[in-house]
Structures are given as C-alpha cells and as structure tokens.
Design a protein. Structure first.
Length: 391
C-alpha cells in the first residue's frame, strides 16, 4: 500500500470506528434494517413482503440478513455489523479519490477531505445509511469512463443502481459522454440496466405487487429540500410539526418530481446539444445538485451524494455546502431522530435549539446547493466558450 494512501485510510478508519462505537444503537433506519433481517431469517426470503421497510434494490437485504445472523450468534451487535459494509465503502472511496489524484483527476487533498468529512461520518457511521456503497460504484464508473472503458463503466454503474436507485439518474449523462453515438449509448444503457433487471426478476415473479409497492412507490420524505424547509418554518412559527412522508404532501410531492425532471431533462439536452461543456464527473455533480435544489422531499442521506463527486474538484462552494449540511444534519438527528447521535431524546430548550439548528441548516443547505449548481453550470458555459475560442 502506498504511504500516501495508508495515512488517510487509517484516519478514516479510526474516525469511523469511533463514531460507530459511540452510536451502536438500534434506532431509526438501523431499527428498520433489523426488522427486515428478522423477516429474512424467520419468515421469507423476500424483503419486499415487508410493509414500507425495504425501498431498496435487493443486494442490501443480504447485508441486513448477515448482520442479523452475526448478532444472533453473539459475534457482533446488530448496529455494528450492519454498518461494516458502509465503513468499508467509505475506505474504498478514500482509495478511489487517491487513485484519481494520482491520475491527475483530483487534487492530492481529496482523499484526506473525504476521510474527515463530517457528512460521511454522520450519514454512514452514525445514521447507518449505505449510500456510500452506491457511490463507490459511481466513482468506479467514472474512473473506467475516464480510461475509455465504456463497458466496464456501464457495469460499474449497474452495481451502483443495484445498491440504490438514485444512480439511474446519471445513466444518460454517462452513456452519452464524449459525444457517444446513439448506438454506443444504447449499449451502455443495456449493460447498466440488464444486471439490475435480472436481480429484480425473481422478486417480480414471486410478488410483483409487493415489489412495486416497496421499490417504486417511495417518493422521499420532507426532512430536507424546499418542502422540508416549509415544514420546518411552519414548526418554528406555529409549533406544529407536520408529518414528513410524501403522502402527507399531496401537492408538493408531484410538484417536486415535475420540477426536478424538467431541470434534469434541460440539463441533459444542454449537454447533449453542446450548449454546456462539462466533464462526466461535473455532469454527475450537476445532476445531484439539481436534485438537491429542485426535489423538495429529501431524506437526510441524500445530502451525501454530492460529497465524493464534489471532492474530485473541491472549492468554496463544496465547503459552504458541507458546513450548511453538517449543521442541518446535526440538528435533524437531535430533533427528529432521537438516539442516532445522542442516547436519550432531548427535551425543553435543548430540543427547541436542535430544531432551530435543523431549520437554519436546512435553509443554508438549500441555498448552498443552488449556488453550487449555478457555479457548476457556469463552468459548463465557460468550457464551451473556451472550446469555441480554441476553434
């Protein structure tokens, strides 16, 4: 192992082990993971038979079942065992950023920044969400594409989509990268989609209705995003805290989808038509930032998506986003997810202050996401202008 990689890896490992040890409680999503694990071990092999517990593609169910198996045998507590794949993914992201730095596609500081990044620690080691696993495959897809290995890139993206559905939003941008023909793009899309379809096939054959209900009906929750901000402001001004699930936001949920899909389509058309000139990693970052800006019902873990992509070219907008999102997440976990950061629920003045930190951090995160998106799109315009001047 290269000495330059060993130190940030050790720092990342130490910080995550400390965070994991301090938050080894069966609460929030970890409690839902445990319910799915018990279902898989005792009831059925199909996680989609549970009710609103498993809105993910199939592979993560294996991690939940394995963690439950280890916990039953006294090998590891369930919260520790189920977070180990996330810890491993964080270390792989550090290694991939270091590889990108050696290839000249990221600054040497990038692996260090991820090793100590508070969003990674909060979302992965404390909360237990596994978005980092999908992000490993996204980085692998970008790395392969940078080397001209389109098939390998598509298969890596398939791995990302198989872990969490959100990387499917990146598919057309990567498939059409570098002026690929429609035939090349279709091949890329087929390679990225086919493995996921094969993974889902047994579950669709076993119980298509349950699969559709669990995997396709999830529309996010209003913890972050502009709907989350409306929810937070209402609580701040009236003391009434609305429910966060999409079904309690019958107007905001479809509006959020329409806004984001319009922004997503406009971005794709602009890049494909040549009106914006962005490298693949910057196109992916722009997609994520558009999602964070326009889609109003954001879960806490979605805030991690921009981090490794942004660290490929870090700057002040990424730093502002990290600061705002960290404040918002800390406030959110203390106010709305008791047990994640602190073993006991807060009360009184402490709870009110945590709620206000959540609302202020949420608002700042929304503003930082929009500003970062504008700056990234400006890069695309400047890149087009430079290419035009050069010709």
């Amino acid at each position: 192992m290269r000495r330059g990689l060993a130190v940030p890896l050790l720092v990342a490992l130490a910080l995550r082990l400390a965070a994991l040890a301090a938050t080894d409680r069966v609460v929030a999503d970890v409690a839902r993971y445990e319910k799915v694990a018990l279902h898989l071990l005792d009831v059925s092999w199909n996680p989609y038979e549970t009710q609103r517990l498993y809105p993910y593609p199939p592979p993560w169910a294996a991690a939940e079942a394995a963690a439950g198996w280890l916990a039953r045998r006294g090998v590891l507590p369930f919260p520790v065992a189920v977070k180990l794949p996330v810890l491993a993914a964080d270390l792989l992201i550090v290694a991939l950023l270091a590889a990108a730095a050696r290839a000249g596609r990221a600054p040497a500081l990038a692996p260090w920044l991820y090793a100590v990044h508070p969003l990674s620690l909060l979302v992965g080691s404390c909360h237990g969400q596994f978005d980092a696993v999908a992000l490993v495959f996204v980085l692998l897809a970008l790395e392969a594409l940078a080397r001209g290995q389109r098939d390998a890139s598509a298969l890596a993206l398939a791995g990302a989509i198989a872990m969490k559905s959100f990387p499917v939003l990146l598919l057309p941008f990567l498939a059409l990268e570098r002026g690929a023909s429609w035939r090349q793009a279709a091949r890329y899309a087929a390679l990225a989609a086919a493995p996921v379809a094969l993974l889902l096939l047994p579950f669709a054959l076993a119980d298509a209705r349950s699969l559709a209900r669990e995997l396709l009906a999830y529309s996010g929750i209003a913890d972050f995003g502009w709907a989350g901000l409306a929810r937070g402001v209402r609580w701040w001004t009236s003391g009434a805290l609305a429910r966060s699930e999409a079904r309690f936001w019958p107007v905001a949920a479809p509006v959020a989808k329409a806004l984001f899909l319009a922004a997503w389509a406009a971005l794709l058309i602009a890049i494909r038509s040549g009106r914006l000139r962005l490298a693949a990693e910057r196109s992916c970052l722009a997609v994520v930032l558009a999602f964070l800006t326009f889609y109003g019902l954001l879960s806490a873990q979605y805030l991690l998506w921009a981090v490794p992509l942004g660290l490929l070219r870090p700057g002040r907008h990424g730093a502002a986003y990290a600061t705002a999102a960290t404040a918002g997440l800390v406030g959110f976990y203390l106010f709305l997810a008791p047990g994640v950061l602190w073993p006991e629920p807060l009360g009184g003045v402490a709870l009110e202050r945590a709620g206000r930190l959540w609302v202020l951090g949420l608002a700042a995160t929304l503003g930082a996401s929009a500003a970062w998106l504008v700056a990234t799109l400006r890069e695309g315009r400047e890149g087009l202008r430079a290419a035009t001047d050069a010709t």
